[in-house]
Design a protein around this ligand. Structure first.
Ligand code: PXL
Length: 290
C-alpha cells in the first residue's frame, strides 16, 4: 500500500509569466511549507492583467481532460485551493471538480478573485460574479478582499465600514457555506497608515482582527501570497488567528523587502527574498478578538 508522505494540494490558478501572481506565488510558498502542489492551470498569460497588455490562453477546454486523467490515476487531494478563474464555464468545471475530488477531511479554499480597488479585473463580467457566488458555497475557507466582498454580497462598494458592519458581512458570507471567512485589505478608518484583516470562524462563533502598518504601495499578487500562507498554515494545524498572524506578517516582510527599492510595483513583492521566513516561528502576535 502506498502511503501519502507529503500532503497534496490541487491548485486551480492561472500561470502568468511576469508579475508574481497565482501559480508563480502559490507553488513556491506551499512547497516551502512542505506540501506538494498539483497545478490545474486555468489560463496561461504573458503577464498578469494589471499591465496594460497581455496574451491570454484560456484552458477551459483542457481542464476536463486533465481532470479525467487524474480520475484514472485515482489521485486524492488533502486540499483544493482555487484562485484566478478565466470564464464562467470554467467556474462550473471547478465546482464539479471539487464535488468529485473532495474527501470528508479535505480542506477546500476558494479565493474569489474578481477585482480590487472597487472594480472588477479586466476580463471579468457580472456572469462570472454570479458563478463565483455559487462556487464559494462549496468552500470551507474563502478570502475575498474588500472589493470582492461587496461583489459577492451584491452590495455597492463602500470603503469605510465599522467593525459591526464587517462582522455582519462575515456572517452573511459564512451563512452561504464557508466555515471560515477572511476579508483582506480593509482600510482603517481615519488612519491611512494602517490596514486590517477581519475573519470569522463559525466553529466557535468567534471574530478576529489583525491590524498592521500599511506601506503606501500596491503590489499585485499579495492576495495570492496571503491565501497561500493561510492554506499552508491551516494545513499545518495552526489555529485561525495564528494563521492570520503568519500571513499578515509574511506579506509585511515581503512589502518591506521591496518598498525601499526604486522598482516597478507591477512585478509584485520580492518573494524570493523572504520565502525562507516561512520556516520561522511568528515574531509578533497581533491578533485581536472582536
Ligand atoms: O492576483 C490575482 C491575479 C491572478 N491572476 C491574474 C491576474 C491577477 C490580478 O490582477 O491578473 C492573471
Amino acid at each position: 500500500m502506498y502511503t501519502n508522505k507529503v500532503k497534496k494540494i490541487a491548485a486551480v490558478h492561472d500561470l502568468s509569466g511576469m508579475g508574481r501572481v497565482s501559480l508563480t506565488v502559490v507553488i513556491p510558498i506551499l512547497s516551502s511549507m512542505g506540501f506538494q502542489v498539483c497545478p490545474l492551470p486555468t489560463a496561461v498569460l504573458s503577464n498578469h492583467t494589471q499591465y496594460p497588455n497581455f496574451s491570454f490562453l484560456d484552458l477551459t477546454d483542457e481542464m476536463p481532460k486533465i481532470i479525467a486523467e487524474w480520475k484514472k490515476l485515482q489521485v486524492s487531494f488533502d486540499a483544493i485551493y482555487t484562485g484566478y478563474l478565466g470564464s464562467s464555464l470554467q467556474m462550473r468545471i471547478v465546482s464539479d471538480f471539487i464535488n468529485e475530488f473532495r474527501r470528508p477531511d479535505s480542506l477546500v479554499v476558494a479565493d474569489p478573485v474578481l477585482g480590487d480597488n472597487g472594480r472588477l479585473y479586466a476580463n471579468f463580467n457580472q456572469n462570472m460574479v454570479k458563478e463565483m457566488r455559487k462556487l464559494i458555497t462549496q468552500a470551507d475557507v474563502i478570502t475575498p478582499n474588500l472589493t470582492e466582498l461587496f461583489y459577492l454580497l451584491n452590495k455597492p462598494y463602500k470603503e469605510n465600514n465599522t467593525d459591526e458592519e464587517l462582522k455582519e458581512y462575515l456572517r452573511l458570507l459564512s451563512d452561504r457555506g464557508p466555515q471560515i471567512v477572511i476579508i483582506t485589505s480593509v482600510p482603517v478608518f481615519g488612519d491611512s497608515h494602517k490596514t486590517s484583516v477581519y475573519a470569522y470562524n463559525r466553529q466557535g462563533n468567534r471574530y478576529w482582527k489583525v491590524t498592521c502598518p500599511y506601506l503606501p504601495a500596491h503590489y499585485p499578487g499579495t492576495g495570492d501570497t496571503f491565501t497561500s500562507v493561510i492554506t499552508g498554515a491551516l494545513m499545518q494545524g495552526d489555529s485561525l488567528p495564528i494563521a492570520l498572524d503568519r500571513a499578515v506578517q509574511f506579506i509585511l516582510q515581503g512589502i518591506r523587502a521591496t518598498f525601499g527599492y526604486e522598482y516597478d510595483n507591477r512585478e509584485g513583492i520580492l518573494l524570493e527574498k523572504v520565502l525562507h521566513n516561512l520556516d520561522m516561528p511568528i515574531q509578533s502576535a497581533s491578533y485581536e478578538l472582536i
